[in-house]
Structures are given as C-alpha cells and as structure tokens.
Design a protein around this ligand. Structure first.
Ligand code: SF4
Length: 344
C-alpha cells in the first residue's frame, strides 16, 4: 500500500570528520552548530514512520557520527520503513559493516574521484584506500540484492574528467548505482568557480563527459543518474516537497535541506547565477513541540506546498508555452534562487 509520505530525510548529526572543498560545513565552520540528534527526539519523530515509505538518515553531516545510529535504524525498520543513508565511510568498522548489511536498504558512499589524488584533494580527510575497502566489504558481504549500494560523485571542474573511470571503479567494487549530482548548493564565490553547470549554455565538453559515462554505465549494466548542466525550470523540484520533508538535528521541519542549514542566524547565504543571495530559513515547526501531522497540515506549510501543487496541475503544455504564457504559478519565494528548482 502506498504510504502518505514518500521520503523523510532526518539529520541525525551535523558533525563530520572531513573537510570537503565545497561543503558548507567546512566553509561556514565559524558559525556551524555541531550536534547529534537526541534519541528521545528521534522517538517522537518515529510516530510518523507508519506513514513514511523511506527514511534517509542524513542531513548536513555524517550520520555515523551519531552513537545512537544503530538504534535509530532499528526503530525505522520496526515501523516498516525502508532506510538508507549517505556516508563518507570513514567510521564503518567491521561491526558497523555487519550491522548495516543486516539492516539498511540502501547505502550511498561519497567519492571525490577515481584516483587517490583527486579523491583526497576534494574529500579532504578521507583515505581513498580505506573508503574503497569499506565499499568492497559491504558489496562482498551482501547475501542478495540488499542493501542497494550507490556511489555519489559530486561533479566539479576538478573531477569531471574522471566520471567514466568512476563508473568503471563502481563496477569493479560491485556497486549498483553511480549518482553524479552537481554541487547544487553554492555557499560562496570559491565554490561557484568549481561547478560544471551554467546559468546560460552548458559546456559541450562537460556534456560529452556525462554522455561517455552514461554509455560506460550502460555497457557495464550499472544504473547512472546525473542532473542538467543548464537551467530547465520544472513544476516540482527533485526534492519533491509534495511528498517529502526534512527534519533537522533540532527537530525543525522544513521542505528540504537547502532551506535549513545548521548555522547561527536566520539566513541562508548562497550564490545564484552570479548573485549573492540571502534567504530566510524556512521552518514550519518543531517536532519537539508539535506532532509531524500538525506541522505538515499547518496553513503556512500548506500554502508553501500549494505553489508546487498548482504548478504540477498547470504544467500540461510544452516547456516553451510555460515560459511564454506565464500561466503556471510561481515558485515559493525562497525556491526562486535554488538551483534544484531548475533541474540542476
Ligand atoms: S526548489 Fe530548492 S529550496 Fe525549494 S523545495 Fe525544492 S530543493 Fe527546496
């Protein structure tokens, strides 16, 4: 039976032992709030689990930093949810590998390059050999198709040359999927210089690299996913706020991770198509004070989702008609300067 909520992303930790070159945690370290989610708070969240299909235990941090992670996974499984997480792999020892093999449905590893040099330059603090070793342990330890193993390889100008090699490496490691997202949250000018997408025309060389990787993935029978390298407005962003939500380490509910970073202050800073933008964090309530259902059904949250709902209903014609007619309702204000709203 289809459940009411497709995806609930829960930020169980905002700690991380790495300093990835494009990560806001690294760049905003002076105002980052480091915290692990309290198990009592997580238990309150779990009341909504019977309505949730998939729980993803990750936000702006490394989930394995939370000492209660195993219990958190157990609780989600007991409530009939599929469970997954994204990890840098550093804290997976043999015992944790065994636990993950028996419990989660999906595990995604963050990789920075197909070579030691590139990986360790981008994913600062990670050991390439250790990460590959951990991926191998998980893939060899599987008894069947579970957990699904994926590699996420965020594309930068510095590593896109290695995309096809990453697909080949994934194949050798026994990985099922390679996801190649853009660096879609751009916290400052330095990160802006790293991105491979464009607010005008996509770079032909970068497009070719993606096509080559797709071809390699097809030949090796590995699932492959990437995003657009140029702006294409969509009715509902890939985070799908109509059927998904994000709960921060403090229990605050937002539509997605992009609208609530664990930083001091009420604003989120980002660069959008060359402009420095500051938008208000979007939080509809705290699970520490109200139930998920009360927050989800609050007028303000409904009004936010209504933008996307009306857009998806109106989005019948071809894209150029949308662009010319202006008949499709606008995005919510904070989403207008989010790359995810434009297929990036
Ligand atoms: S458009 Fe961006 S900010 Fe808005 S809901 Fe989607 S991912 Fe979040």
């Amino acid at each position: 039976m289809k459940k009411a909520l497709k995806n609930l992303q829960i930020e169980v930790s905002t700690f991380c032992g790495m300093r990835c070159s494009f990560c806001p945690r690294n760049l905003f370290s002076f105002k980052w709030k480091q915290k692990n989610m309290d198990l009592g708070l997580y238990r309150r969240i779990s009341k909504v689990f019977p309505l949730v299909e998939y729980v993803h235990l990750q936000g702006w941090g490394e989930p394995l930093q939370n000492p209660d992670l195993q219990e958190m996974i157990r609780i989600a499984k007991e409530n009939g949810c599929k469970v997954g997480l994204t990890t840098n792999g550093v804290l997976i020892d043999d015992k944790m590998a065994e636990f993950l093999l028996e419990s989660v449905d999906r595990i995604t590893f963050s990789l920075g390059g197909a070579s030691k040099e590139t990986h360790e330059r981008i994913r600062v603090g990670s050991s390439y050999e250790r990460l590959l070793n951990r991926i191998r342990i998980i893939s060899k330890g599987r008894k069947g198709k579970k957990p699904i193993i994926a590699i996420t390889f965020q594309l930068t100008r510095d590593n896109i040359e290695e995309l096809s090699s990453v697909v080949k490496l994934a194949y050798e490691l026994g990985v099922d999927e390679v996801i190649a997202p853009n660096v879609d949250y751009v916290p400052n000018r330095e990160v802006e210089k790293m991105v491979v997408f464009s607010c005008s025309k996509a770079d032909k060389n970068f497009l070719r690299k993606i096509e080559e990787a797709k071809k390699t993935a097809k030949e090796l029978n590995i699932a492959f996913g990437s995003r657009s390298l140029e702006m294409l407005e969509t009715p509902v962003c890939a985070e799908d706020p109509l059927e998904s939500a994000f709960i921060s380490v403090n229990g605050d509910i937002s539509p997605c991770v992009y609208l609530n970073l664990p930083t001091e202050g009420e604003k989120i800073e980002r660069i959008f198509c060359g402009k420095e933008v500051r938008v208000n964090k979007v939080i509809f309530g705290s699970i520490a004070e109200k139930t998920f259902e009360d927050i989800w059904n609050s007028p303000r949250y409904r009004e936010f989702r209504d933008h996307f709902h009306k857009r998806s209903v109106a989005w019948k014609g071809p894209v150029d008609i949308f662009n010319l007619s202006g008949e499709v309702p606008s995005l919510p204000e904070p989403c207008k300067t989010c790359y995810k709203a434009y297929s990036i």
